[in-house]
Write a protein of this length. Structure first.
Ligand code: 48H
Length: 354
């Protein structure tokens, strides 16, 4: 059962995954063989010990292809040796295109990069909860005016409801003067009718996200607001957060305490849920009315008008304004979200200058 034997240099790593089950105590082994040049493996021995097994071959010698005869050999003996699968990975181009960086260096870059940035945002000027159109817009405006801003987003992705228009269709609308913001952001749009403009949801959303990040806003995604920090005279002084996966597991499984971030102002941009406001409402301090029925012409003007500070240190923007004040909803038209975000930034700048 010996194939060839000139060099048997690397038979380095044997990764064994043992899968056992009570009913069928079958054991499956995965064997990773690193080989360099000529090949010699006591297959019969392997067959005797490991059954059944999967074999992965890595050719680590540069420029040396796994030979046809070896493939033939493996094919011929595949059945006899009862191998579940034989996969060949040729790595003879290793290091020719990409720089040589190992797994531990990749991990180290991520860990140190995250910690370095996280330490800087433990305290900031403004925390925006919610990365939908209003929150992104507010963040972009504040950051471009030199403020230290963090967006907390419970999803893996930013953009909230801005990716799609109504009814899962990828077109969003804005009414005048919303198109001016589209123009500023470099988002292509067309005039659909007088004062009504149409843009592509994914294009608009990705441009807004990019502009927000370019302005310097830091993002904590997969992070959920769990509570608020209330300080002197009940003023909001920050947020209590946890990883979204922790928040979504039952308490008895994931009893993990949250942590807190401090800021001078918190903006509630959590959309229909108005989740920051609701945390204060739970303590009997504020009362949300719930958003009203749709009335496009009325709602958008009102959302922008009512955007502002609703409690010391807490500003509301976007759909959270409708929910807090009981204003009509507007459906898939986003001008008010963008303008409300802009106004939330102006109000916040005023608070910060006090
Ligand atoms: C962390 C959270 C939490 C939490 C929520 O829904 P959004 O897009 O919100 P807006 O107000 O910027 O825009 C609303 C718009 O998209 C819309 O739905 C309109 C115009 N509807 C009209 C109508 O008639 O229905 O984004 C809110 C974001 C989302 O990304 C959430 O995941 C996030 O906030 N979020 N993040 N912690 N507790 N709650």
């Amino acid at each position: 059962m010996i194939f060839r034997h000139k060099v048997f240099r690397l038979f380095t790593e044997i990764l064994i995954t043992v899968k056992s089950s009570v009913c069928a105590p079958e054991i499956t082994f995965k064997i990773i063989l690193l080989y360099d040049g000529f090949f010699f493996i006591p297959f019969s021995l392997l067959q005797g010990i490991f059954f059944p097994c999967e074999i992965y071959l890595f050719n680590i010698q540069k420029g040396n292809k796994i030979s046809n005869s070896l493939c033939l050999y493996l094919t011929l003996y595949k059945r006899e040796l009862n191998f579940k699968a034989i996969k060949l990975f040729q790595e003879d181009n290793m290091g020719e295109i990409f720089s040589k960086v190992s797994e531990k260096e990749v991990t180290s870059a991520i860990v140190s990069g995250f910690i370095k940035e996280f330490e800087k945002i433990i305290e900031s000027d403004v925390i925006i909860v919610g990365g939908g159109p209003s929150g992104l817009m507010a963040g972009k405006e504040l950051s471009s005016k030199g403020k230290k801003v963090v967006i907390i987003e419970r999803n893996n992705y930013l953009g909230g409801g801005f990716w799609t228009g109504g009814y899962l269709m990828n077109k969003i609308t804005v009414r005048h003067p919303g198109e001016e913001i589209l123009k500023d952001l470099g988002i292509p749009f067309e005039e659909f009718g007088e004062g009504l403009y149409l843009a592509d949801g994914p294009h608009a959303c990705s441009k807004l996200i990019a502009a927000t990040c370019d302005a310097g806003v830091k993002i904590l995604n997969m992070t959920t607001l769990e509570d608020v920090v209330l300080k002197e005279k009940g003023a909001v002084g920050g947020v209590v957060i946890n990883w979204t996966p922790i928040e979504t597991l039952p308490r008895e499984i994931a009893s993990v305490d949250p942590i807190a971030l401090e800021s001078k102002v918190v903006i509630d941009a959590t959309g229909h849920d108005a989740n920051v406001v609701k945390k204060i409402e739970e303590r009997g301090i504020l009362k949300t009315k719930g958003y009203g029925a749709m009335w496009v012409e009325k709602s958008e003007d009102m959302v922008v008008k009512y955007t502002g500070e609703v409690h010391p240190g807490l500003v509301v923007t976007g759909m959270a304004v409708s929910t807090f004040f009981g204003l009509p909803r507007m459906g898939p038209t986003f001008g008010a979200m963008l303008l409300s975000g802009k106004k939330a930034a102006e109000v916040t700048m005023e608070i910060l200058s006090r």
